[in-house]
Design a protein around this ligand. Structure first.
Ligand code: AMP
Length: 293
């Protein structure tokens, strides 16, 4: 696996991967990109494995993007473990690791930003002002740097996925095109907690309590699917989280799965329950499907 930290070597390496893929025969030398912030876990590696199945060559990026962190967030504390991560990626057969520095990504004078209205509003966009502008901007740059045929993202970050797909459609992106942005289902720990690099912040007792989040969500979904009033089910979810040891709930909402329109009743289109809640100072997010009426 090649590791590159600046733009010219990246472009050369991607061009070589394409050529090798093309020469290798039957397939077209397709390149998949898996963008990450590192501190890799099995959720990330599942994206990588899916990328290997879908493309001839796999590029993974690791970049802790300052633009998507708010002033009081965990940018400095965010785990950085490039050596460990590169060993994991090498073992997965990744071809190229793109690990730019902040100076390479945002050189002096950098002044542009991509704002995606609508789907970025509310939920994490409400709780973390500017977050999705930072995400859209860096993902657009990563796309233009690597020019992948397809890119893979986790359903774990459902709103992020909606923002990136909206951006790709709105800006007529071609590498990748909007319909080549693939979603991978959330990978969970044995007790149901969604894997996240931020789970490492949890103390052992809080880690044990954190499983209350997916459990409370499953209870609420069962109630909504059984026809219970949505507001009542969400209120009970918040109460369950408080009982389970969570501090505050940033949001617990039922939304249309695609448009992310807020819903106060069960609808006939696919829905999503999305929650962000804090435990011991760590903010956890999760989302799950809710079956249509
Ligand atoms: P991050 O490093 O947190 O920015 O995540 C990089 C990519 O991995 C994003 O597309 C995430 O949605 C995805 N991801 C993170 N955690 C999981 C998980 N538990 N299951 C599936 N995908 C995940």
């Amino acid at each position: 696996m090649q590791i590159v930290h600046s733009l010219d070597p990246l472009r050369n390496a991607v061009a070589t991967l394409r050529q090798v893929g093309t020469q290798a025969g039957t397939r077209a030398g397709t390149v998949a990109l898996v963008p990450t912030m590192g501190a890799l876990h099995d959720g990330h590696l599942t994206l990588v494995r899916e990328a290997r199945r879908q493309a001839d060559a796999v590029v993974v990026s690791i970049f802790v993007n300052p633009l998507q962190f708010g002033a009081n967030e965990d940018l400095d504390a965010y785990p950085r473990q490039l050596e460990r991560d590169s060993r994991l990626l090498e073992a997965e057969g990744v071809d190229l690791l793109w690990a730019p520095t902040v100076e390479v990504m945002y050189p002096d004078g950098f002044a542009s930003s991509i704002a995606v209205a609508g789907v970025s509003e509310g939920l994490c966009g409400g709780a973390r002002p500017g977050h999705f502008d930072g995400v859209a901007t860096v993902v657009c740059k990563l796309f233009n740097q690597v020019l992948p045929d397809l890119a893979l993202f986790g359903e774990k970050d459902w709103q992020q996925l909606a923002v990136i797909r909206r951006m790709a459609r709105d800006l007529d992106l071609t590498r990748p095109a909007a319909d080549s942005i693939l979603a991978v289902p959330t990978v969970r720990e044995a007790d149901g907690l969604a894997m996240s690099s931020r789970n490492a912040y949890l103390s052992a007792p809080d880690r044990a309590r954190a499983a209350a989040l997916p459990a409370a969500m499953r209870t609420a979904i069962a109630a909504i699917e059984a026809g219970e009033d949505v507001a009542a089910a969400l209120a009970r979810l918040e109460a369950d989280l408080a009982k389970g040891g969570f501090g505050s709930v940033d949001y617990a909402q039922l939304r249309d799965a695609r448009s992310l329109e807020p819903l106060d009743a069960r609808s006939q289109a696919p829905m999503r329950l999305l929650v962000a809640a804090r435990i011991g100072g760590t903010r956890l997010i999760d989302n799950m499907a809710v079956a249509p009426a």
